[in-house]
Design a protein around this ligand. Structure first.
Ligand code: ADP
Ligand code: NI
Length: 217
């Protein structure tokens, strides 16, 4: 198989796994992450197959989406062996998909390869800006979160365990607890630059939201 054929097979596999999901994690998200990863790849000397494979597969074994992430990881591993990836390539890809998440980078962040840093940046860019606002509201609606409650103050410096155990999060607090922190956590210079405008867009949104909430505008 050529690299292009392998990537096509990985794309098809990811589509089959992600198409049912409606938590804002669906295949559209995957395709945007792949597209952004391709853009970042033009500026970084990273391995294309590892980067794009990890981008396609990064949410397939997410513990928020499947009851048994371990089983999915071994399914991914088997599939990648079938399409002739080496065990070294597979190890690199699974390390990325396993260590990408925001909560994992809160304390003792795992050291990611350049390929992993690119996928992490691409995933994080999709969580901010206009798309990020939409995904947060969509997620919050699906999980019956309160939109906003000025009495529930955001906690901006949560550690891993605290973040994972957040219970009464509001949609607006999610911006302070995660989304506004992502810009300074970007790895690559290109992602840092792209993030600036998206970050400002969220700040403008929050300001307008609160003005309207208080009937000041
Ligand atoms: P990913 O790892 O792809 O960024 P997540 O599983 O963390 O995605 O979440 C999916 C989307 O829902 C993201 O855009 C994220 O910011 C948003 N989201 C996650 N948790 C919450 C929450 N408690 N309230 C509102 N939005 C959330
Ligand atoms: Ni994702």
């Amino acid at each position: 198989m050529t690299e292009e054929q392998q990537l096509q097979a990985i794309k098809d596999f990811s589509y089959q796994k992600m198409k049912k999901d409606a938590s804002g994690h669906n295949f559209d998200h995957i395709q945007r992450v792949v597209k952004t990863a391709k853009r970042l790849l033009t500026q970084e000397p990273a391995d294309k197959l590892i980067t794009l494979a990890a981008a396609y597969l990064h949410d397939v074994a997410d513990d928020k989406l499947v009851s048994d992430p371990k089983e999915l990881e071994s399914e991914i591993q088997k599939f990648l062996l079938q399409i002739d990836l080496t065990s070294q390539q597979i190890e690199k890809i699974l390390f990325i998909t396993h260590n990408l998440s925001f909560s994992q980078s809160l304390d003792n962040p795992p050291k990611l390869s350049l390929e992993g840093q690119i996928v992490q940046d691409a995933d994080r860019l999709d969580a901010i800006g206009a798309i990020g606002i939409t995904r947060a509201i969509y997620y919050g609606g699906k999980h019956a979160e309160t939109i906003y409650d000025p009495k529930i103050l955001p906690r901006k410096n949560l550690n891993k365990a605290e973040y994972r155990n957040l219970s009464n999060e509001t949609i607006i607090n999610h911006f302070y607890e995660k989304l506004l922190k992502l810009t300074e956590m970007m790895n690559t210079p290109t992602a840092k630059e792209v993030a600036q405008a998206r970050h400002q867009y969220m700040l403008d949104f929050l300001e307008e939201f609160k003005n309207e909430w208080n009937a000041e505008r």
